[in-house]
Design a protein around this ligand. Structure first.
Ligand code: MN
Ligand code: MN
Length: 505
């Protein structure tokens, strides 16, 4: 028997489609899932991916990847590598384990949706491999996190986090449900593979892997690099989908990209930003978060969308200015509300670290220095209650993150502004103009109530910090705390200027 050559069989096994005789096309591919919109049905016949993979090739490659990732893990398990890691770096990984593991599972559901409702056989084929990829990512991350549960109960949140109503879980569910679960597959392919996976995950999975190696965490670097090789393959669903959508409905294409970019940027500012600029030990930092964003996201993102004939998002100026403020403010908020975290946030503001922050962010001292000085004085005078929360910060109705972004006013002063909007008799508050605009355009979509909304509705009882922590699923053994307040000691000789209240201020 002669075997067919690869190029002789590949085109018809990867692109299987037929005409339905017993049901309408609309019954098989309903608009609310398939989402063709203004794109004519036959335009999807041109959908074509770059790398064409067969099932046997897929399985052989994945088997090899799994084999090497687990072999490295097994070798390291016998060493004392984990014991030598800094608390700051461990916190970066705990945040990743809890924040990412079940998002990988959610991505399985997203891939399966494209595998079923994508309007082209080749697309459905790639998405089926994508679903297998995402199951692997969820499993490998769960498994790697599980190893440490016996050493530190915070790692238990690798699996637990998304099953709680912790404010981080609520924020990430709102973002990822909107990106992966509620949209039709066309919007999904543009939000997840194109914007999030091509645009953003490189930062978390490649750039962070550089910090991991610098910090001596070979195991974690090995795990996330193994995952990223899959992302690079299934992310190719974004390009061909966008190409077809742009041709027939560029306004929709622009809006979907803009929305997904903004939501991703807010989440990265909350999590990746503090990990890079505060938790990673100073001597192991490769670049600042801003530099990483510029190198890995901004240049590439702008090039990608301009190649497709689209423009920079309308919020570009606000986003670029936010690179100097968002994650610094969120870091301070995370540190202050540290009992609500499943990691141990290091303050990261020793004198040397502050020099580095000032060098990377020229406005850092002006906007954040005096606030940290108040915290430092409280730590040094043993007034720890003043450094801990008594209630909740106001949360943005769009990104669910604290409204804490300082902006420079015309009077030359930095202030946190409230962006509000009244709709159907309810006043909503937002952290930025971008969040407010997206919420308005998307107001009929699913929006989870924020933890503040739930608190005010009486869903959280008793209405105090203890009740809030209980609602979020935090038990005393996992609540976050600064791992070592010793960092404040070097400021003991600081000359404290009494803070005199200014009339009218
Ligand atoms: Mn994944
Ligand atoms: Mn993925």
């Amino acid at each position: 028997m002669t075997l067919l050559k690869r190029e002789e069989w590949q085109h018809f096994v990867r692109d299987v489609d037929w005409t339905f005789a017993y049901v309408d096309d609309e019954a098989v591919f309903p608009e609310w899932h398939s989402g063709t919109g203004k794109v004519p049905r036959e335009a999807w016949l041109n959908w074509e991916e770059d790398y064409k993979v067969s099932y046997s090739e897929y399985v052989a490659t994945q088997r090899e990847k799994e084999g090497s990732a687990y072999a490295v893990k097994a070798a390291l398990q016998r060493s004392r590598a984990w014991e030598t890691l800094s608390e700051g770096w461990k916190s970066s990984t705990k945040m990743h384990f809890g924040g990412v593991t079940l998002v990988e599972y959610e991505a399985t559901l997203a891939e399966l949706k494209m595998a079923r409702f994508g309007l082209n056989g080749a697309w459905r084929n790639v998405a089926a491999f994508g679903a297998l990829d995402e199951i692997r990512h969820c499993q490998i991350t769960l498994f790697f996190g599980h190893e440490f549960v016996g050493k530190d109960p915070q790692y238990d949140w690798t699996q637990k986090m998304f099953h709680t109503d912790d404010w981080v879980a609520v924020s990430l569910r709102n973002l990822f449900d909107g990106m992966m679960v509620t949209p039709n597959v066309v919007d999904l392919a543009i939000q997840l593979p194109l914007t999030f996976e091509t645009g953003f995950t490189n930062l978390q999975f490649v750039a962070l892997s550089a910090d991991a190696l610098e910090s001596g965490d070979v195991n974690f670097a090995n795990m996330i690099s193994s995952i990223q090789t899959d992302e690079a393959r299934h992310a190719q669903q974004g390009g061909p989908t966008l190409e077809i959508l742009v041709e027939h409905d560029p306004i929709r294409a622009q809006w979907v990209i803009d929305k997904a970019f903004w939501g991703s940027a807010r989440a990265f500012a909350a999590l990746t930003g503090p990990a890079m600029d505060y938790y990673t030990p100073l001597e192991h930092r490769k670049q600042s978060y801003r530099e990483f964003m510029e190198e890995w996201i901004i240049d590439q993102f702008i090039r990608t969308i301009e190649d497709y004939g689209l423009r920079k998002p309308w919020f570009w100026d606000e986003f670029m200015k936010g690179l100097d403020t968002w994650h610094h403010a969120l870091h301070m908020g995370l540190w202050y509300w540290r009992p609500t975290l499943w990691w141990k946030p290091t303050a990261g503001v020793t004198r040397d670290e502050r020099d580095w922050l000032r060098e990377k962010y020229p406005n850092w001292e002006t906007v954040y220095g005096d606030k940290w000085d108040v915290i430092i004085d409280n730590v040094n005078s043993g007034n720890m209650e003043a450094t801990l929360p008594e209630t909740l910060p106001w949360l943005c109705s769009m990104c669910h993150l604290p409204c804490c972004n300082a902006t420079l006013g015309y009077d030359g002063r930095w202030r946190v502004r409230d962006y509000l909007l009244t709709h159907n008799g309810v006043t909503y508050h937002f952290c930025t103009a971008g969040c407010r605009q997206i919420w308005w355009k998307d107001r009929d979509n699913l929006n989870h109530p924020t933890v503040i909304d739930r608190f005010l509705a009486g869903e959280i009882q008793p209405m105090d910090v203890g009740g809030i922590l209980g609602y979020m699923g935090l038990t005393p053994d996992v609540m976050g705390d600064d791992p070592d307040y010793g960092w404040a000691a070097e400021y003991k000789d600081r000359i404290v200027t009494p803070r005199v209240p200014v009339a009218g201020a």
